[in-house]
Design a protein around this ligand. Structure first.
Ligand code: ZN
Length: 198
């Protein structure tokens, strides 16, 4: 047991659930918060309250923002490229935005098909995707290069049928900065199959 009382212990347990923080890091973070009550704990508490009141899940794409439709869906410049990028999770959307992929729009599936975990087609946002594809000229399936991700990509491609003019997926192969000798055989053979003309 911690020696900080039940309120402190609960705070530690909650923070320990965050990605990248285990019990030890959470305890250190909480200790820092209580030591710096005025400079850290009170502003953090107020910022959390404001965020709780403001966050919305976008009714169009599934992004998380403080408005719905989100700032990406509401941006008229993003209509011109005609590209809709389908991702598993909001974190993937944010990663692509950080990478500066351009004036595109997104669709968040909210997961991938995984029979072992009981995730079926009704548990991910495929019907909503089918309702949007007619607005775009290209659908990019940017799911993870996992078995579940690729199964989901095949399922979506089947469901799209002729509804989407062009369906593409991310290239799989040699990572930027990667050395061939260090790659696993699956990655290397996939990279050769997905070779491009210079
Ligand atoms: Zn949106």
């Amino acid at each position: 047991m911690a020696s900080g009382g039940p309120e402190i212990e609960q705070l530690i347990q909650l923070l320990a659930r965050l990605p990248g923080l285990g019990p030890r890091s959470a305890r250190r973070a909480v200790l820092q918060l209580v030591k710096k009550k005025e400079q850290l704990m009170i502003p953090l508490s107020a910022a959390l309250d404001r965020a709780v009141a403001a966050v919305r899940t976008c009714e169009v794409c599934g992004n998380i923002d403080t408005m719905s439709p989100c700032s990406i869906c509401a941006d008229p410049r993003r209509n011109e490229s005609g590209m809709l990028i389908v991702v598993e999770d909001v974190a993937d959307l944010w990663a692509l935005e950080r990478a500066g992929v351009g004036a595109v729009k997104y669709h968040v599936l909210g997961g991938v098909l995984s029979p072992l975990d009981g995730v079926g087609p009704d548990d991910i946002s495929v019907d909503a995707l089918l309702g949007r594809v007619h607005e775009f000229s290209e659908i990019v399936l940017a799911v993870n290069a996992t078995v579940e991700g690729q199964t989901t990509a095949h399922y979506i491609t089947d469901r799209l049928g002729d509804a989407a003019p062009k369906v593409t997926r991310l290239a799989h192969g040699v990572p930027v900065g990667g050395e061939l000798d260090y790659l696993d055989e699956g990655t290397l053979s996939q990279a050769l199959r997905a070779r491009t003309q210079i």
